[in-house]
Design a protein around this ligand. Structure first.
Ligand SMILES: [Zn+2]
Length: 275
């Protein structure tokens, strides 16, 4: 049995701050954000039978709640003025409902319940290592399994993983293959044309390249003029050392600094490393 962290009043401020920061992470889905702060997904299987059967689709499972779980009517049919948001997980059967003595409602996505402090002080975004840790937590990636990289460009976070890690998409693979084939064509002395799967061509499928390709895709295909720091939770491999400067060159020649777990940095520009 896991402790209900939200019920420990002393931890509440830290939990709220963590939640607010995780909610800013655009690379996490809503359920991933919920998982990162210890909540189950909004839509889960329902052994208690509270979920409407297929024939009931279109009906609310409880006529006294709206879609957000808020009470709409009291028992006598009168409008309940409280309108307090209820935790969605209380309906899923996954975790027990909040004890009535609790003074504050549990955290909910600000989309449905604006955070009372949000307009007083903007929340701090996740630090790179926190973002990497959150991604590993929600995807059950223990340390040492796979690679996660994180960069922030103009305040927008970009996260990349290696091609066998959770969250790597068909679009990531297609972009990597396109870039690999282009590099094989242009730099036959570096790339392995005779077998595209050989090293160092595999660098296109590593977390560093995934991050750069995703960032470029989101910025009209180019990172020209950018200065980018990428935090990576694994030492850079030989393939990336050889190929990443060429990837940068093809993506508009930004200045890219790779920061490995030891804090050691390497900066690449103009197709080469400046160490
Ligand atoms: Zn690599």
């Amino acid at each position: 049995m896991k402790p209900d962290l939200d019920a420990i009043e002393a931890l509440a401020p830290e939990r709220e701050a963590l939640w607010t920061r995780i909610d800013k992470a655009t690379f996490l889905t809503q359920n991933e954000k919920r998982a990162a702060v210890g909540y189950g997904p909004v839509e889960v299987s329902d052994p208690a039978g509270l979920t409407p059967s297929p024939g009931d689709i279109g009906q609310k499972f409880n006529p006294n709640h709206d879609e957000l779980g808020r009470f709409t009517f009291g028992p006598d049919g009168a409008v309940d003025g409280s309108e307090r948001p209820q935790p969605a997980r209380a309906r899923t059967g996954q975790r027990p409902p909040r004890p009535p003595a609790r003074r504050q409602p549990p955290p909910a996505p600000p989309a449905s319940r604006p955070h009372p402090h949000t307009d007083l002080a903007p929340p701090q975004p996740l630090e790179p290592q926190e973002a990497i840790d959150a991604y590993r937590a929600v995807h059950n990636m223990p340390p040492g399994v796979g690679t996660v990289a994180f960069a922030k460009i103009d305040g927008t976070p970009y996260l990349g993983v290696n091609s066998t890690a959770p969250g790597y998409t068909d679009a990531d693979y297609a972009a990597a293959v396109r870039m690999r084939d282009m590099l094989v064509e242009k730099y036959p002395d570096v790339m392995r044309a005779e077998n595209p799967g050989w090293k160092p061509n595999d660098a296109l499928f590593h977390a560093e390249a995934t991050t750069l390709l995703r960032a470029a895709e989101a910025n009209g295909g180019t990172l020209a003029g950018r200065t980018i720091a990428i935090r990576v939770d694994r030492d850079m491999c030989w393939s990336c050392d050889a190929v990443l400067p060429l990837v940068g060159l093809e993506l508009g020649n930004p200045s890219v600094t790779i920061i490995d777990p030891t804090g050691s940095r390497g900066t690449m520009r103009n197709g080469t490393w400046r160490r």
